[in-house]
Design a protein around this ligand. Structure first.
Ligand code: ADP
Ligand code: MG
Length: 345
């Protein structure tokens, strides 16, 4: 009587375990859904939340949609339309590629997906049932695009639900994430509604002037007035963004944003490179404000380091960090040298 026999886990359990990695809290769900919408080419996204997403996260996009035949696959683990071979991994341009987000989220929530692809006669609805099985596809009415509702997050994994913070704290994380998304996706219109109240409604910022309005709304009028626009193309690195002048600084390092190839990253060394640019001009304990977009060829950066994908690994890390530090340093030193202050745009 051997009790140590090896068995395959039921799919539902495997998905719940994967969910432990991908779906830590409501903001992780929002992030996965919004990234899917962006990958689908959406230019308008609406997010409805109830109780900071703990009760409901509902994300609607006007992206390309999913054909009926693919709908059951979309919620299957390891099902993705974005990566087909190991080689593809070297040049991932999409935000997602693991094909596990929807399956994971669906395994720990009451989940429904409505999608209307232009080649279908109408929209289709797919939802999971309490027993974890999927209902058959049902025709429904909806605009072109996709809408996913995630209700009662972690209702079937009480240990995880218990670890959620207060709705206030969970909401702040979601709002922060969406604001970062707005910083980097200037062509995106994004509306957030929480407990039936509109929190914000950003229209697409197509012209540069509109982007400055968006920047002012997100980071403050003062930052826009006391910042420099940088734009530099160097071999292997393209740098662009807004960096505060030495006259504008904060007591907290809380308004510092770095994006690599359109992804939000939290790379300590990269942040450090920017901070070093200010080393000679800011007092100890004061922090610059910046929004920096770095673009490097897709095959020179590995974004595959972590499931939540906040870390990146550059092939020529030293070179990237040096470029970043030097470009910003040169930019902020310039007005000091010329004895002028204020934004140049
Ligand atoms: P991944 O994004 O890693 O491919 P997901 O589980 O997040 O995996 O999504 C699985 C697949 O479902 C995607 O590859 C995509 O084809 C499809 N999909 C998911 N969300 C959307 C959406 N909002 N619009 C269009 N297609 C979507
Ligand atoms: Mg995804």
């Amino acid at each position: 009587m051997n009790t140590n026999r090896i068995t395959l886990m039921p799919d539902a359990l495997a998905n719940q375990i994967a969910a432990g990695e991908v779906v830590e809290r409501p903001v992780s769900v929002v992030k996965e859904l919004v990234e899917n919408a962006l990958d689908a080419g959406a230019t308008q996204i609406t997010v409805w939340l109830e109780e900071a997403g703990i009760e409901l996260i509902d994300v609607q996009d006007n992206g390309v949609g999913i054909v009926a035949d693919d709908l059951p696959l979309a919620v299957e683990r390891h099902a993705t339309s974005k990566v087909k071979s190991y080689d593809d991994l070297a040049c991932v341009a999409s935000l997602g590629f693991r094909g596990e987000a929807l399956a994971s989220i669906a395994s720990v929530s009451q989940f429904s997906l409505v999608s209307y692809h232009p080649t279908e006669p109408h929209a289709w609805l797919l939802q999971n049932q309490v027993d974890g099985r999927w209902s058959p596809l049902a025709p429904t009415a909806a605009p072109l695009g996709t809408r996913i509702k995630v209700a009662s997050l972690f209702y079937n994994t009480p240990a995880r639900r218990k670890f959620l913070k207060t709705p206030r704290a969970e909401f702040t994380q979601i709002e922060d994430y969406l604001k970062r998304t707005l910083l980097v996706n200037q062509h995106l219109g994004l509306r957030l509604i929480h407990n039936a109240k509109q929190v914000f409604d950003f229209v697409p910022a197509i012209e540069p002037a509109k982007y400055l309005t968006r920047l002012a709304a997100l980071l403050g009028e003062a930052f826009v007035e006391q910042s420099l626009h940088i734009s530099q193309s160097l071999p292997g690195v393209n740098l662009e963004g807004w960096v505060s002048l030495p006259t504008y600084h904060r007591g907290l390092a809380d308004k510092q944003f770095v994006f690599v190839n359109g992804r939000i990253v939290r790379d300590r060394q990269l942040l450090q490179a920017v901070k070093l640019a200010y080393a000679d001009v800011l007092y100890h304990g004061r922090h610059p404000v910046f929004v920096v977009f770095i673009n490097v060829p897709f095959d020179q950066v590995d974004v595959n380091v972590h499931p939540a994908k906040y870390e990146v690994r550059f092939q020529h890390a030293r070179q990237v960090y040096d470029h970043v530090r030097r470009a910003i340093r040169d930019a902020i030193m310039q007005p000091l040298v010329m004895g002028q202050e204020g934004a140049t745009r």
